[in-house]
Design a protein around this ligand. Structure first.
Ligand code: PMP
Length: 402
């Protein structure tokens, strides 16, 4: 008998299992709208030219070695990442009230931030949008949060934000609750609050003494403009909120498997920063000791060099531009084939994902009859669309909504 005899089979992770079904499907017409990764118009992964160039120059640099990084990571990376998020003119940044911690991509930043909130600030309640990136819940649960609550976000009928619901749920949240906010390009809905709505959220968070934990996985991917995409975080920081923000460089640098992330921390008392850093150091030490270097070196080299930074900007413009074009193309085709006006949400939504509003039966037919794969929530990755499959996908969707 095995000591593992009572271990039961865990539930599959939907996004990876549907992706696998796609990979195993021999059909030549198959389309993958599942996993959140950028694809070129040829349906291929894209190593950004500036990333490739930087990797080559790092490989040639004989002064670099593979010694351990400090526990909190590569300083030139974390400071550049924090500045990219908050902007060079950020009030707390200029006052020295911010710092960054290199993390295992966005997920790792959320995880160490959650651990700090639980262990050192005694937070036990977290509010997550409904719906949200499905990993948020598990992550806070594994950290030991006692109550994982949700706040309303998606208005099914209007296919937009349910702001009334959101407002009322945050207003009724207990003091000290942690509120997870998507900085931009909300996953999975693609719907972000307007600036006026963010101001209202900021007021509620302040009044109710909630803790804002931003998740910024798509900076540059929503509008193509870094400042616009982190407007909410910048606003909150300038308004005097103490906050955490998890940053991922998976999408905007195409560095998915290198696990490059940063946790930006804003602390209103400069004198406390050293203590906060020391506790983060112990959290990281006990979890994975210190972070990997390769990806952080790449991002740091690009963010800290004007020429490379510009090349990166043009890659971001290209990626976000292609997404916007595909949204437009899909909407036009669907409206021509189904009901005019019924697909406005496809272009209103921003970022990588669109919450289509397709139901489980329709999604099943798309898979069985057309070999088109998406999540059961109706979320599609717009990057899976290209000029070769757009007509095919639009025709198929038009058929199932009939
Ligand atoms: N938050 C959200 C909302 C995401 O969509 C993702 C990526 N799927 C992440 C965080 C973290 O991704 P990673 O750990 O790969 O940076």
């Amino acid at each position: 008998a095995s000591i593992f005899k009572d271990v039961t089979q865990g539930l599959p992770i939907e996004v990876f299992s549907v992706n696998k079904q796609y990979l195993d499907d021999p059909a030549s017409t198959k389309v993958n709208l599942t996993i959140g990764a950028y694809r070129t118009n040829d349906g291929k992964p894209w190593v950004l030219p500036v990333v490739r160039k930087t990797e080559k120059s790092l490989a040639e640099d004989d002064t670099l070695n593979h010694e351990y990084l400090p526990v909190l990571g590569l300083e030139e990376f974390t400071s550049a990442a924090t500045k990219m998020l908050l902007g060079g003119d950020s009030k707390p940044l200029l006052k020295g009230m911010t710092f960054g911690i290199q993390s295992l991509s966005g997920t790792g930043a959320l995880r160490i931030g959650a651990a700090f909130l639980k262990t050192h600030l005694n937070r036990n309640v977290v509010y997550i949008s409904n719906p949200s990136w499905e990993n948020h819940q598990m992550l806070f649960r594994h950290t030991g949060f006692e109550k994982i609550e949700s706040y309303r976000y998606w208005d099914e009928k209007n296919k937009s934000i349910d702001f009334e619901g959101l407002r009322s749920d945050l207003e009724n949240a207990p003091e000290n609750a942690v509120i997870v906010l998507h900085a931009c390009a909300h996953n999975p809905t693609g719907c972000d609050p307007t600036q006026e709505q963010w101001i209202e959220i900021s007021n509620i968070v302040k009044k109710k003494k909630l803790f804002p934990f931003f998740d910024c996985a798509y900076q540059g991917f929503a509008s193509g403009n870094l400042g616009k995409d982190s407007w909410a975080v910048r606003y909150f920081a300038n308004e005097g909120h103490e906050l955490f923000c998890a940053q991922s460089f998976a999408k905007n640098f195409g560095l998915y498997n290198e696990r490059v992330g940063n946790l930006t921390v804003v602390v209103n008392d400069k004198e406390k920063i050293k203590a906060v850093q020391s506790q983060f150091q112990l959290i990281v030490r006990g979890m994975y000791s210190n972070p990997p270097c390769h990806g952080a070196r790449i991002v740091s080299a690009v963010l800290n060099n004007e020429g490379c930074f510009e090349e990166w900007q043009s890659a971001i413009t290209e990626m976000s531009g292609r997404i916007i074009k595909m949204r437009k193309g899909l909407r036009e085709r669907l409206e021509a084939k189904t009901k005019p006006g019924a697909w406005k949400h496809v272009t209103d939504q921003i970022g990588m994902f669109s919450y289509t509003g397709l139901n489980v039966e329709q999604i099943e037919i798309l898979k069985k009859k057309y070999n088109i794969y998406m999540l059961s929530s109706g979320r599609i990755n717009i990057c899976g669309l290209n000029t070769n499959n757009l007509d095919y996908v639009a025709n198929a969707i038009a058929d199932v909504v009939g």
